[in-house]
Design a protein around this ligand. Structure first.
Ligand SMILES: Cc1cc2nc3c(=O)[nH]c(=O)nc-3n(C[C@H](O)[C@H](O)[C@H](O)COP(=O)(O)O)c2cc1C
Length: 395
């Protein structure tokens, strides 16, 4: 926290008093904290509490000194923005891009990581609108420190109590650590499945959704990298601030990779590329008959091996989705394809495919390995990039 510049937004919930304790801890740990309070927050705690703790003015209006354009100045000076507590109302405004007070306007102008710690009554937290708004913000890269189950102001136990201070500080530390760490670096990521059609409506594919590569692209962009995402067919939304190249087949992915990934500082190949494609593709739909059908498959280009041949000074990371002998198979791929590292996951029963949680192990060198644990794919993306960046620095 030493020398960190934190912009803290405090909104109108009962837990606003806890933001004062958090401010005190952050200041004691060496951070410079600027506080923006919403009008509603000032009904719960006085600005004097925060200005005394930070020894800095507290801001609440866009119009106090508009000539200094406070919403832009404050976010430009900050390394990270935190909203603690975050009310359902402010979360909804953020999710919808509403900027009708100093805090929400500053949040819309923020190009630094944003950490939100929601706190509210359990019914408000459970409401589909709040759930959807939080999912939208998470998808955009905000770090949400989920509330906890416990005693609420309504004198009931429920889900919605502000996360413990240490969890909020952990999230802030993570956000500060990853800030701009890939500034000036070019990162190319392949993601998603490929589709290999044998007629206009039928194709061979796999269960990959591209979620891992999308989360890695989001995380790399947050760290300041110039990111190109080569993305196979998926319904998932790619992250903002990333150059997306859409592909369908393995051959298209191979061409796109040779065009966009060669020469990048870091290449991460998460795409689940089909190894074979039907030799023939019928121009019209093959008519159903009672007889079986034989489709002869031919080998697709090995995108990762092609990239490895032209690797130059790029740091090349592969992914291995294995059902048996995970590590032995992944190590063999690491060696054979001359990769710098490989992340391995167990996809038995399609585990690892889709959104949600996954478990990864990173392998490199002769015998080096690091367990990245089991977590949401967004958290795993951050852990994986931390580990890769450390290896890139050592090289
Ligand atoms: C006593 C009281 C406690 C409240 N506590 C919360 C809360 O914990 N979380 C929340 O989302 N809203 C809470 N509200 C509602 C917000 O204050 C209200 O939605 C307000 O518009 C939020 O404004 P802001 O997001 O600009 O700060 C509370 C309201 C009252 C009267």
């Amino acid at each position: 926290m030493n020398r960190a510049r934190i912009l803290l937004g405090v909104t109108g919930g009962i837990a606003a008093y806890k933001a004062a304790a958090l401010t005190s801890t952050l200041v004691q740990r060496g951070a410079t904290v600027d506080v923006i309070m919403t009008e509603e927050a000032e009904r719960f705690v006085g600005p004097l509490t925060f200005s005394s703790l930070t020894a800095r003015p507290v801001y609440s209006s866009l119009w106090d000194a508009p000539e200094r354009i406070p919403h832009i100045r404050l976010v430009r000076e900050a390394h990270v923005v935190a909203v603690v507590p975050a009310t359902a109302n402010t979360i909804a405004k953020m999710a919808n891009g509403i900027a009708d007070d100093l805090l929400t306007t500053a949040l819309l102008a923020a190009r630094v990581p944003i950490v939100l710690a929601p706190a509210m009554n359990d019914a408000m937290y459970d409401h589909p609108a709040t759930r959807a708004n939080l999912a939208t913000l998470r998808q955009r890269g905000c770090e949400i420190v989920d509330p906890e189950r416990g005693f609420l102001a309504e004198r009931e136990t429920g889900m919605g109590r502000l996360a413990a201070e240490e969890r909020i500080i952990d999230a802030l530390e993570r956000a500060l650590a990853r800030r701009r760490s890939l500034e000036g670096k070019r990162v190319a990521i392949t993601a998603g499945p490929t589709r290999e059609a044998f007629d206009p409506v039928r194709f061979v594919s796999n269960g990959s959704t591209g979620a891992t590569g999308i989360e890695l692209a989001r995380e790399a962009a947050l760290r300041g990298a110039d990111v190109t995402l080569l993305l196979g067919p998926t319904l998932l939304e790619p992250p903002p601030g990333v150059c997306v190249v859409r592909v369908t087949t393995a051959c298209e992915l191979n061409d796109a990779a040779l065009q966009h990934a060669v020469g990048a500082d870091l290449v991460i190949a998460t795409a689940a590329v089909a190894d074979w494609r039907p030799e023939q593709r019928s121009e019209s739909k093959v008519k159903k008959t009672d007889a079986g059908v034989t489709v002869r498959m031919v080998r697709n280009p090995d995108v990762l091996a092609e990239l490895a041949k032209k690797k130059g000074t790029s740091f090349l990371v592969g992914f291995a989705a294995e059902t048996d002998d995970h590590e032995a198979n992944a190590r063999e791929k690491l060696r054979r394809k001359h990769l710098d590292a490989i992340a391995v996951n167990d996809v038995r029963g399609e585990r690892g495919f889709g959104t949600g949680r996954n478990a990864l192990t990173l392998l490199w060198g002769e015998n080096d390995r690091r367990e990245l644990g089991t977590a949401e794919k967004s958290a795993l993306a951050a852990r994986l990039l931390d580990a890769i960046e450390a290896l890139m620095r050592e090289r």
